[in-house]
Design a protein around this ligand. Sequence first.
Ligand SMILES: [Zn+2]
Length: 184
Amino acid sequence: MRNRPAVDANPDARAAIDAILDRFGSGALRVAASAGIRLVHLRGSEAYRDRSRALRRLASGVDDWPVPPAGLFVVEERTVYLRSTSPMTVAHEFAHALDCALGGGVYLSGVDPRVRRAFRAARAFITPYAASGLDEYFAESLRAWVEANDPRSPWPRATRARLRALDPAISNILESIFAYDLAA
Ligand SMILES: [Zn+2]
């Protein structure tokens, strides 16, 4: 049984990815690994469609966007695909993966009434992106919980202290998830 998710990347990218994964703690990494979560870093000129059968089949076209996304999580493959290994990207996409692992293959954030209530009642969000949907709300809040930030991001820093101040409800939910579901 693996203790952490498989990472398919060259040594440098792998070190950067592992350092961010460590911020989630050994309990979270074990839960992700047992749910079959893995991470793939695209090499050189590789496109998402080169590595993901699902994205190829869905002809999703993300590779043809003017700026393809820095990372993606594909639920049906339980795989995080990364073009960038920046802390923000790795933490945000792994947060989606963890959301999926916690929900047993569907996003916990989509089915847990506590998360829905917190989202509806929220008066402020940790980043603008967190307001765009339940899954992004959960992922950005989780990124704040583990405090993974890019130095050059235009967004306010996502930290646990800011999250607690802005949104105590989601903070309490994450605290309970780490204490019970993701206990080390
Ligand atoms: Zn996202």
